[in-house]
Design a protein around this ligand. Structure first.
Ligand code: GFB
Length: 318
């Protein structure tokens, strides 16, 4: 992958979605850069509201943009809130990308998701398999919205020469995650469920699905570091996957989380819940060629995520 050095120093850098798990991690990582961090609360500017976004951009005129804002959630959230997921995520992408263009932002990074790849694409998932097969039904609305954002970035580069790039993160976890029992992703869901079971002295914890799907998990601070690295070094129309290159079966993953939380009871599986796509391991060849690798192991990341959960829930450490 051709690398193209881009100077962040001294620039105004807007993190769209700064209160979310990824956005907050980006704000933490950018605090180590000599930049002017720009954020705006949802209450002030709803990114689904085109006029509000255009007005704010004309005033703020950020030079660099990390588009981390999105409506996100786990497999059940995606599968039930289908209209919200497709509308909100298309609106956010369309509004921010167009406003960036109109206000001549120097560079923009669009954050996609590993769910954009076909359900049964060969693993590990290569970036050039996008749109080569049917999507996983449970998250098709979200995937379509993310693919729209990717194609917008590509089209603005083609028509206007905009330096807009797109990255595809694998499943992320860490501080600031959403712990909602039904709408969360698996990492946050299991941290909370095993923790509550431990406190309650429960004898069994139910995990969704068959446990056979495999997932790749990247700690969110590593994700933020990869995004800053790519903003500084990559310019092009090609997607760049961001992952660790390793995956784990949900059954084994549940045992790892139980061990870290200190839950010693049984684990059973509720197969009435969806498995989703059987596997989502990203090919990280392009990312490695651009000089980045994850540094946080799953064990260390989970320990940090659990500590953050306990601190956030002001739950006494056991
Ligand atoms: O994290 P998750 O909801 O999202 O589910 P996906 C991952 C796997 O964990 C699935 C299983 O096979 C679930 O069945 N799982 C087991 C659980 N127990 C639980 C639980 O208590 N909660 C949850 N949520 N899962 C998402 C997409 O797919 O991946 C999003 O829906 C996004 O759009 C995200 O792309 C990265 O990995 O299946």
């Amino acid at each position: 992958m051709a690398s193209a050095p881009f100077e962040l120093k001294g620039k105004s850098v807007y993190v769209a979605g700064h209160r979310g798990m990824v956005g907050a991690a980006l704000a933490r990582r950018l605090a180590r850069e000599d930049v002017k961090l720009v954020t705006v609360d949802r209450r002030e500017v709803d990114l689904c509201n085109q006029a509000a976004v255009f007005d704010w951009f004309a005033r703020a005129r950020p030079q660099v943009i990390f588009l981390a804002a999105a409506k996100v959630g786990g497999i059940v959230a995606n599968n039930t809130l289908r209209a919200e997921f497709i509308y909100d995520n298309i609106a956010i992408a369309a509004n921010v990308i167009q406003a960036a263009h109109v206000n001549r932002a120097e560079k923009l990074m669009f954050l996609g998701s590993s769910c954009i790849y076909p359900k049964l694409a060969p693993q590990p998932l290569r970036e050039d398999t996008v749109l080569t097969g049917p999507l996983e039904p449970t998250n098709e609305p979200y995937a379509i919205a993310k693919i729209a954002g990717i194609k917008m970035a590509e089209a603005y580069r083609s028509q206007y020469g905009s330096d807009f790039i797109s990255v595809m993160p694998t499943n992320l976890y860490g501080p600031g995650d959403n712990y909602h029992p039904e709408l969360s992703h698996v990492v946050a869901a299991l941290i909370r469920r095993f923790h509550e079971a431990k406190l309650a002295g429960a004898k069994n914890v139910v995990v969704w699905g068959t446990g056979t799907p495999r997932r790749e998990f990247l700690y969110v601070d590593d994700m933020a570091d990869a995004c800053v690295h790519l903003m500084k070094t990559y310019s092009g129309a090609d997607l760049i996957n961001i992952g660790t290159g390793e995956d784990i079966a949900i059954t084994e993953f549940a045992r790892v989380v139980a061990g870290i939380v200190g839950y010693r009871g049984e684990i059973s599986y509720d197969t009435s819940r969806p498995d989703g796509t059987p596997r989502k391991l990203l090919d990280i060849g392009r990312l490695e060629k651009l000089g980045w690798r994850a540094t946080t192991s799953l064990e260390d990341g989970l320990k940090r995520a659990y500590a953050a959960y306990q601190a956030a829930a002001s739950v006494p450490a056991q």
